[in-house]
Design a protein around this ligand. Structure first.
Ligand SMILES: [Zn+2]
Length: 421
């Protein structure tokens, strides 16, 4: 994920157009830092932004307005002259709390960003050369600003955890917090009934995926999903984590395996090729098979291919992926090799299982796309902007209502088989 908060091209001049209010704000802040004066945001409203020089009575000001037709922001007035007595020395204004407000959006989007990376960004974006410890302190302050602002939702985490376990005994519900500043980190939920049902009645193929949250604190929602016997979405576990990386995936997988009690034979996972996920599955579930979602794989491959053979390669890659026999598979692979040796080599060295002929037959599933995860993300999408506790609880409610609904439908089935059979 590339962050655009340090806009390099967008200049503060009358008539300049910015993609949104934040980038306009950032450009103004950057100008002030570079030219060493303090600013004050006088108005920040839905369709207007006015920033002035913080010195009393100074005439320097910028006004930005939204362009209603395209939602972009335009500088409609700019007085680029100071009537204030003089500019401060840079060090005077560069306090930790001031840096914190500068880096807040970055830290919010990437809570795992290191002080070293921030230091580099501040240097590139603002020409600020700051000592490591100052950046470290500013990051801590920024985190406090974000968590403090996010709402009181985080204070309710222990109580919510307790409540869930009381209502759903023997479920695997756990959370994690930062041991230095006690801020919230992660929350994992897996209900006993969901796990029992999965073990008893679902094919052991689990879709793993992450989607971005849109609340104040942002973060990611991880999910583990399967299909029930009637080929309907079957959620097994979900978690809110600070960001997507190897560490958070490992934490999620560890708890998922604990909740499954490591006792499912022929377990299989399917996921996109997210960073670190392949290593993590191998570490936490060494016996399990790991498939890659073919739609995701092809999307990535397509970016590297050029020319008029792309459509042909698409058909060949999918044919190779969908083959049930070695013979069929080799036929497509030979054709791929003739067109692109690189693509052929990439595919034969892929660590994931991607061809149906290699799938463990005892999983009894030929699925090579991660549709369950996609359905799950679409299903909960409307709640992605909610605060932590509401989000976790909305998903809980949805799962419980879904289970109830299915129970009611099941009663109407008149033989022992599911309707899809
Ligand atoms: Zn001024």
């Amino acid at each position: 994920m590339e962050l655009e908060i340090y806009s390099k091209k967008l200049e503060v001049i009358e008539g300049s157009v910015f993609p949104d209010k934040q980038s306009l704000k950032d450009a103004i802040i950057k100008k002030a830092v570079m030219e060493k004066f303090r600013i004050r945001i006088q108005y920040s409203e839905k369709n207007r932004l006015i920033v002035i020089c913080a010195a009393k009575g100074c005439s320097w000001r910028v006004r930005g307005n939204i362009i209603p037709e395209c939602d972009k922001w335009k500088i409609t007035k700019f007085v680029n002259e100071h009537s204030c007595s003089g500019l401060k020395k840079s060090n005077e204004m560069v306090t930790s709390s001031w840096i914190a407000s500068l880096i807040k959006e970055t830290v919010k989007a990437r809570p795992d960003i290191s002080p070293r990376q921030l230091k580099q960004k501040l240097k590139e974006g603002y020409g600020l050369k700051l000592p490591y410890m100052k950046v470290w302190r500013s990051r801590a302050t920024a985190k406090k600003l974000i968590f403090g602002e996010a709402d009181d939702s985080y204070k309710l985490v222990p109580a919510f955890h307790h409540e869930l376990l009381k209502c759903y005994p023997n479920s695997h519900v756990t959370f994690d917090y930062c041991h230095t500043d006690f801020s919230f980190k992660r929350f994992f939920v897996s209900f006993k009934d969901c796990v029992d049902g999965f073990i008893a009645g679902c094919r052991p193929l689990i879709g793993l995926d992450a989607c971005h949250l849109k609340g104040k604190y942002l973060g990611m929602l991880f999910s583990a999903t399967a299909l029930d016997g009637n080929r309907h979405l079957y959620p097994i576990a979900y978690a809110v984590v600070e960001c997507e990386n190897k560490d958070t995936w490992q934490w999620f997988l560890k708890h998922l395996m604990l909740t499954l009690k490591n006792n499912i034979e022929n377990l299989s996972f399917i996921s996109d090729m997210e960073k670190g996920i392949e290593d993590v599955v191998r570490l936490e579930a060494p016996q399990a098979e790991h498939r890659v979602c073919m739609r995701h794989l092809w999307k990535n491959l397509k970016k590297t291919l050029k020319g008029d053979k792309t459509a042909l390669l698409r058909n060949l890659v999918w044919a190779a992926a969908n083959s049930y026999t070695d013979w069929e598979h080799q036929k497509s692979m030979a054709a791929i090799s003739n067109i692109s040796k690189n693509l052929y080599n990439y595919l034969i060295n892929l660590k994931y299982k991607w061809a149906r002929k290699d799938f463990n037959p005892l999983v009894r599933s030929k699925d090579n796309t991660n549709n369950t995860s996609e359905s799950f993300n679409a299903w909960i999408s409307q709640h992605r902007g909610k605060n932590l506790i509401d989000l976790l609880d909305e998903i809980r409610t949805m799962i419980m209502e879904q289970r109830n609904q299915r129970k009611k439908e099941m009663i109407r089935w008149d033989n022992g088989l599911v309707p899809v059979v």
